[in-house]
Design a protein around this ligand. Sequence first.
Ligand code: FAD
Length: 378
Amino acid sequence: MTIYEEEHDLFRESFRSFLSDRVTPRFEEFEKAGIMDRSLYPEAGRHGFLGMAVPEEHGGGGVKDFRFNAVIDEELIYSGGGGGPGGFTLHNDVCTPYFIEYCDDEQAARWLPGIATGELITAIAMTEPGTGSDLASIATTAVRDGDEYIVNGAKTFITNGINSDLVIVVCRTGEGRSGLSLIVLERDMPGFERGRNLDKIGQHSGDTAELFFDDVRVPAANILGEEGHALEYLQFNLAQERLSIGVTGLAAAEAALGWTVDYVKERQAFGQSIASFQNTKFELADVSTEVEVTRPFIEQCITQLNAGELSAAQAARAKLWGSELQGRTVDRCLQLFGGYGYMAEYPIGNAYVDARISRIYGGTSEIMKTIISKDVLG
Ligand SMILES: Cc1cc2nc3c(=O)[nH]c(=O)nc-3n(C[C@H](O)[C@H](O)[C@H](O)COP(=O)(O)OP(=O)(O)OC[C@H]3O[C@@H](n4cnc5c(N)ncnc54)[C@H](O)[C@@H]3O)c2cc1C
């Protein structure tokens, strides 16, 4: 039983070939450079792997079906590539929906075609040096001056921070929770500087950067939706963002299980294969049970999202469970690789360091529990 149909299977095959031809052979290069070659975005766009939900009139696929996004998320992980290639996930699952939902006609004509072709790479900047979980404390300001906003402040930990052309910046335009707005900053606007490409413990091929805004004059025409509605708009897509991390978490656990099964059958110790030890069997039995139990839940969440019925609490459960499953599975599987598991050349080693962030970004596990407990307790 699966929610995927023939068209998703064909899309999967096609994206898998793209990864094995164009991305996987260069993955080491990207890991060393700390960034993925941005030319892969237009390549992915040409093949229809970006902007699947962007309306056809703006050059997109015109299909709002998160199963296509999930196929991309899963295949990226199965291929052993996180970080840079994971920028496709951020572009498709996290940023593009805001443009589709909140662009007016002029903005849609200006931005959506580039988003669908990959000529315009997107990012979203919520987190600041002084605030992450507590979005209501955002301090970056956007002050209206005639037909422009003047933006001042700083953001940090921004995925696609270096490669991005369009950054949705959460800015303070007024007081309190209803004083936040989404304003799109474009590459090369005077006063918009990129800081360091941050040195992370994992996801090395992904560019994660600081952004600085010093009196950046942004046309008022770059606001998404209405002033003061940022928290409501963020709420609109947070469920999809969190489900996306849940999908990735499950895929990472599935991938780790597959790599480990192959390894333990090959590796010998004490004259027998590692697979023959009872501990190995029990570990893999546990992991496989958790993976099998999780898949229907995640697929049910995808179905609910497609039907517009995925609640904030259910998305938080998908994120919490998927990311925690990912963390404990890669840890248990790496143990069965022994010392080789600690070597960067084995995908399980990369999967281990890449996994750690899943419990933090998109809202930490503690924040997910806060959301879920409100649903449980009322
Ligand atoms: C690789 C990477 C990529 C990222 N990409 C992006 C991006 O593209 N855009 C973006 O805007 N941000 C991004 N982030 C930021 C990320 O979303 C934040 O780091 C995350 O939301 C946590 O915020 P914080 O780091 O300020 O931690 P804090 O909010 O300071 O939290 C510190 C600890 O306190 C706990 N805590 C906080 N509040 C509570 C509470 N109410 N109850 C219980 N515990 C609590 C947290 O769970 C955590 O354990 C990224 C981060 C990383 C590392």
